[in-house]
Design a protein around this ligand. Sequence first.
Ligand SMILES: [Zn+2]
Ligand SMILES: [Zn+2]
Length: 387
Amino acid sequence: MYGGPGVKTDKDFPIPDTMRAWVLGNPGELKLTQKPIPVPKRAEVLVRIDAVAICATDLEIIDHGSPALIQGGKPFNKNFTPGHEYMGTVVALGPGVDECKVGQRVTVEIHAGCGQCKRCREGMYTSCHNYGLNYGEVDKGHRANGFTTDGGFCEYQVNNINTLIAIPDSMLDEEATLVVTAGTAMYGLTELGGLVAGESVVVTGPGPIGLLGVAVAKALGAQPVILTGTRDNRLAIGRELGADHVINVRNENVVEAVKRLNGGKGVDYVVECSGAPNAVNEAVYMVNRGGKVCLAAFPHTETPVDVAHIVRNNIYLYGIRGEGKSATHRAEAFMSQKRFDATKIHTHTFALDDLPTAIRYAKDRVDDAIKVVIKARGVAAHRVAAE
Ligand SMILES: [Zn+2]
Ligand SMILES: [Zn+2]
C-alpha cells in the first residue's frame, strides 16, 4: 500500500505502488522501466504528471549529460529519469503540508534551492551554491527535478512546495507545461532591470524561450519588440505573439536592421536566445550605450566577445540560469489573464510510451515541431493507434 508517516492521500486519487518511468542508460539511450512511486517528505507533495514538455536542455542532458548532475557526476546509467517541464495534479501531501490540497492542478518550476546558501537567501535559487548536493553526507537539500533529482518523464514525481504554481481550470495541460518556459524569459527580463515598459527590446533566436520572450516583453509593455532569426515560419509565430518587427538574419545585416527600426540607435535590451557563435557580439552591437544584454542560450563552443566595445559603451552582460526569483508566478499570471497565447508554440502531443519518437520530433524539428508534449494519460500510443 502506498504511503508513509504523516502522508495524506485521498480515495478519489488512488495511487499505485509502481509507475512507468523512462530512465537514462548510456548517452542517447532511454529505457522504459517500472519504478516505485516516491513518497513526499516534509514540505513536499506527490504530483501525478498529466503532461510534460520536451526542452532543448533535455536533449542536451540525454546526449551529453550536462547540465544534469547526479551523485556528483554525469547522469548516465544511474537509474535517472530526465524531464523537467511538467504539470499535473497534487495527489499526496507530505507531513505538515497545508499549502495546497489533494486534487489541485499545478505546474512546477524546476529548482528548489537548498534554502540556506547565500544565493538562495537572495532569491537566486537557480544559482544555488549547493547545486547537485543532495546525496549521502553532502545532502544539502538541493532539488532540481530532471537535473539533479528524478524528473518528469514518468507518471508521478515528488516536488517541494516552493516549486508549485497553482493554475486555473481554464488553462489546458499542454499550456501549463509552458509556464516554466515563459518564466525563464520573465527571469531574463527581471535580471535586465525589470522596468521594461516603453523600452526597446530585441530577442534573438525564435526557439521556445525566444518566442515566449517576445510575448512576455510585449506583455510588460516593451516597445518596439524586435525578433531575429533564420526561419520565416518561426518569425511569423513571433509576430502573432507580439513582435512589432521581425528580421530574417539571412536576408539583411541584423545590426543595421535593428538600428534602422529603432530610429538609428541601438535598443535598450537584448535577450539572446539563439546560442549562435556570433550572437554575443551582434547583441552588444545592437544595444545602445549603457544597454543591457541577457544571455539565455548555451553555445557549444567558446564565443568571441568584443570586450573593448563593451567597456567603451558601458554595456552590461548577464548570464541567466533557469527561472529564478519566482518569475514563473509572474509568467503564470500573464498566461492565466490571457495576455498572450503560449499554445501557439505547442505543435505535437505524444503518449508516454512514445517518448523516443517525441524526442526525434523535437530534435529534428520533424513537421516544424516547436514544443512537443508528452501525456501520460488520455493519449493513445502510436503503435496502438495504428492497429
Ligand atoms: Zn527546459
Ligand atoms: Zn542554495
